[in-house]
Write a protein that binds this ligand. Structure first.
Ligand code: SF4
Length: 361
């Protein structure tokens, strides 16, 4: 076979995989093909198709999420996480309700559309869940969509969180390869985590699942994970990239595909869901390509003097103000992105809650 014949065959395969995916008739092999563009031309086409779907489904621009990492204490030992229980290097803090409210108000003043209340699996809250629902109740008064990410909750806790006013429950599986999952999250059953998201949907919360790139996975793991994430009744899906920090056991390793390419394939397979680009990985530089690949949310905004940390890169871009709402809005406008509105996000939440309710009936 000549090189030009090979080229033609490769291009055909890509086109078939793309068509199948756009028609929602794709296989794991189709996704694997899309995850490995053979040249710039294929990559550009993949990202262009992803942007077209974003424009069709979310024509009003980019949403902004304020990251309120209110407790860095955790009972678990995830092998990729800076805040794992055994890491002596990570700074531990627990913000008071007053501090959390003050930071949240500042976020709203500066234009974020959603508050993401995140913590490790902190026994202080998990053992006395009312301490957490008190915070949700207080934040709910600020009339802004609220996401909670406190780790695995029991069905009872999920119900209480929803009654207190949470709209979203974010809980990342990291991978849907069960074997790899066990290596990443020791002593945390795969099914328990999976079911926690399902319970949350049943109790009227919108949910998010996320995958992690660069933790020893192969292309097939990624494709299968995307397929599984696309099947679930979540309203937001994301890809995060592993960054080695002090005290984390997993060594740095090159993933088999790019973070932005995974984002594009997520958009193709989840056209109606919100897909974030996170400032946590590499600040503004890190959101550039995922936005070109169809992401429609920027997450992990942090107010510089809030005393809060990030996760994937726990300090990057916080003290310098790079991740502050004002700076991110300026960046997005300079790059010709429209900023969406809180009202549009509220409408999206309402529609998705109604859809989930109808499916549960
Ligand atoms: S990923 Fe979450 S549950 Fe795991 S160690 Fe980190 S904070 Fe704890």
């Amino acid at each position: 076979m000549t090189s030009s014949e090979l080229k033609t065959q490769t291009t055909e395969n890509f086109e078939t995989a793309l068509t199948n995916t756009l028609n929602n008739e794709y296989t794991v092999e189709d996704l694997m093909r899309l995850l490995k563009p053979q040249d710039k031309k294929e990559e550009k086409k993949l990202y262009r198709e992803a942007r077209k779907l974003r424009q069709k489904n979310f024509p009003n621009g980019i949403y902004l999420y304020g990251f309120v990492y209110f407790s860095t204490n955790c009972r678990n030992n995830c092998r990729f996480c800076y805040y794992r229980k055994n890491n002596k290097h990570s700074e531990r803090y627990r913000k008071t309700k007053k501090e959390i409210t003050k930071i949240s108000k500042k976020f709203i003043e500066e234009g974020v559309h959603l508050l993401d209340l995140t913590s490790g699996e902190d026994p202080y809250y998990h053992n006395e869940f009312n301490r957490f629902t008190d915070i949700i109740n207080e934040i709910k008064k600020l009339n802004t969509p609220t996401m909670i990410s406190p780790g695995v909750l029991t069905p009872k806790q999920i119900k209480k969180a929803r009654e207190a006013g949470a709209d979203w429950y974010a809980l990342y599986q990291e991978t849907h390869s069960k074997e790899l999952y066990q290596k990443l999250r020791p002593n945390q059953p795969y099914k328990q985590r999976y079911n926690a998201r399902k319970n949350a949907q049943k109790h009227g919360l919108l949910t998010e699942d996320g995958m992690l790139l660069g933790i020893g996975e192969n292309l097939k793991n990624i494709a299968k994970t995307i397929k599984e994430m696309s099947k679930q009744q979540t309203s937001q899906v994301r890809c995060m990239k592993y960054v080695k920090q002090k005290g984390i056991p997993i060594p740095p390793q090159k993933p088999p595909t790019k973070y932005s390419t995974v984002t594009a394939v997520l958009r193709l397979t989840n056209p109606n869901k919100l897909i974030p680009a996170s400032l946590d990985i590499n600040g503004l530089k890190g959101i550039q390509k995922p936005l070109k690949a169809g992401a429609n949310v920027v997450t992990s905004l942090v107010i510089s003097d809030s005393g809060l940390k990030g996760v994937a890169q726990h300090e990057y871009g916080i003290n310098t103000g790079e991740r502050s709402p004002k700076n991110v809005i300026k960046y997005l406008k300079q790059n010709n992105y429209k900023i969406n509105t809180k009202n549009n996000l509220k409408k999206y939440i309402k529609q998705n809650k109604n859809r989930n309710r109808n499916k549960e009936r």
